[in-house]
Design a protein around this ligand. Structure first.
Ligand code: NAD
Length: 517
């Protein structure tokens, strides 16, 4: 009612000088706040803690983005108590009014898009265009979920039996713990939080320790958008210290999590156990990892396939749940594709993401760097090295070698375990059936893609390439809100697709009132 139909925020073109200058200025602006201390925000009040965690620039770890206060057990309990109280008022606010807060927050993000993007470039090492795309996705979530709530907020009349009027409607489930990853530091967290909020829940938000300064921005934006205090609480803290407290607390009704399989499974297990005083079954929405494959058919357009695989595998250093980490190549085209892929991978420019001419930057921190290097060694011992780029800046930045290995089969660890870095396994298949079998041979089912000119093979993939998001003749990353509603199944997660038409339903309980008239 009254709002234009949803449309995705447009992409940015950094070949335009004004766009480039806007980003350069924003980088300088954001730098001015470096080293500031960020408090928790509970019920609208700043809470400082003795313990802080430094968030640093992965391209230059000596550069501190911010010192972030860390919630312990007490602060977690306090935030949950505040959220419980705020929920009781917020759940009865009209859906349209709740949606308007999201639209206002989207306006603020559009206004601040350069600064919000610049902060990601510096805090997690995103390339300019990718950082911009993350903020655009956050805007899209706000605009889309706002409209979705308006749609779902209209009470529905059920049946037409004479003598009764039946109304079907929804209410927010309660206190929602939102636990976010660092890799889409604004979009994923803002999306989960916005969904919870617009459905009438109150949120306690735990950002990743690697992107807590970006996470603070979400709190600032919701406050400026007029969200009542206590409906969104910012609670950075260590998973090992307060993660279980948050998940196990009897007052938590929903846990919206995006992150690794290991943590997602732990949360589901903990949330299943009913605690003393708990009066509801907890709902867990967990979006987890992937081991995504792209199939290269023997008649594929190689110009498109090489570009698509490179971008999917190495964009943002391969640190996307949707990243391609296996490329399955049909025998007849194998040599041609692989030599072109390797050639192109050797020309990728590596260096700090702050310089927009670099296509690949550092990984997110020293721990990720060590873990990925361990997997580079595993890949190189299991297969034959095609590319191993060690020509990155040797200046203490968190760089890892871009690595491509061949000779990998289903049984190898590098074909089964999520690396979350720029490591690509090349696998050979004799037929399209074998390629599809290899593609489906992991416990994950998140994204996948196939490059083929054969309508028959594309149709086969549509049916048998069983992943949450399948792309035909395009890469496996870059899902857009609504158009490519996103999420997987099997060990890639439980819950419905974010940015899709079923997502909000997970945050609400349906009610029916039947009146005898
Ligand atoms: P992670 O699992 O290490 O951390 C995610 C969040 O969980 C962080 O906020 C972390 O602090 C928190 N956490 C850690 N231990 C906890 C505990 N015991 N209790 C509660 N919370 C705890 O993941 P990450 O490194 O931030 O993100 C990368 C992972 O996320 C990859 O596996 C990637 O595939 C996945 N991911 C999935 C999607 C998707 O939509 N399916 C999107 C982005 C990222």
């Amino acid at each position: 009612g009254g709002y234009p139909a949803f449309a995705n925020h447009p992409g940015v073109d950094f070949t335009i000088p004004a766009a480039r200058a806007g980003m350069a200025n924003a980088l300088a602006t954001v730098r001015k706040d470096f080293g500031a201390t960020y408090p928790l925000l509970i019920g609208g009040k700043e809470v400082k803690t003795a313990e802080t965690l430094d968030s640093y620039n992965p391209a230059k770890p000596s550069e501190i983005i911010g010192r972030v206060c860390q919630a312990g057990v007490k602060e977690t309990q306090d935030a949950l108590a505040v959220a419980k109280k705020a929920y009781l008022a917020w759940r009865d606010v009209e859906p349209l009014e709740r949606a308007k807060v999201l639209f206002k927050a989207a306006d603020i993000m559009r206004r601040d898009i350069n600064e919000l993007s610049a902060l990601q470039v510096l805090e997690v090492g995103k390339q300019w265009d990718q950082a911009h795309a993350d903020v655009a996705e956050a805007i899209d979530f706000l605009e889309y979920y706002g409209r979705e709530m308006i749609r779902l907020g209209a009470p529905r009349r059920m049946g037409n039996a004479p003598g009764e009027v039946n109304q079907y409607f929804y209410q927010g489930k309660g206190v929602t713990a939102v636990i976010g990853p660092w890799n889409f530091p604004l979009a994923i967290s803002a999306g989960m939080a916005a969904a919870a909020i617009v459905c009438g829940n109150a949120v306690v938000y735990k950002p990743s320790g690697l992107s807590s300064v970006v996470g603070y921005g979400i709190a600032r934006i919701f406050k400026e958008a007029g969200l009542p205090d206590g409906v969104f609480n910012y609670l950075p803290g260590k998973g090992s210290v307060m993660g279980d407290v948050l998940v196990e607390h009897p007052d938590v009704s929903v846990i919206a999590f995006t992150g690794s399989m290991e943590v997602g499974l732990r949360i589901q297990e903990k949330a299943a156990r009913v605690q003393p005083g708990q009066v509801q079954c907890k709902k867990v929405i967990a979006e987890m990892g992937g081991k995504n494959a792209i199939i290269i058919d023997d008649d594929a357009d190689l110009d498109e396939a090489v570009t698509g695989v490179l971008y999917s595998a190495f964009g943002f250093q391969g640190q996307k749940c949707s990243a391609c980490s296996r490329v399955i190549v049909l025998d007849p085209i194998y040599d041609r594709f692989v030599s072109r892929l390797a050639e192109a991978a050797k020309s990728i420019k590596i260096g700090p993401s702050e310089d927009p001419s670099n296509a690949m930057g550092p990984v997110v921190d020293t721990a990720a760097q060590a873990n990925i290097i361990k997997y580079v060694d595993i890949a190189c011992s299991e297969g034959k090295v095609l590319v191993k780029r060690t020509d990155f800046p040797a200046d203490g930045g968190c760089y890892v070698p871009l690595t491509i290995v061949e000779g990998i089969d289903k049984s190898h660890r590098i074909a089964q375990e999520e690396v979350f870095g720029p490591v690509l396994a090349v696998m050979r298949a004799k037929t399209i059936d074998e390629a599809l079998d290899i593609a489906g041979s992991t416990r994950f089912a998140l994204t996948g893609a196939i490059y083929s000119r054969s309508p028959k093979h594309l149709e086969k993939a549509r049916k048998e390439f069983r992943v949450g998001n399948l792309y035909l003749n395009k890469g496996s990353t870059g899902a857009m809100v609504e158009r490519h509603a996103f999420g997987g199944f099997n060990m890639s997660g439980v819950g419905s697709k974010s940015g899709g038409p079923d997502y909000l339903l997970q945050f609400m309980d349906p009610r029916l009132v039947s009146e005898n008239t």
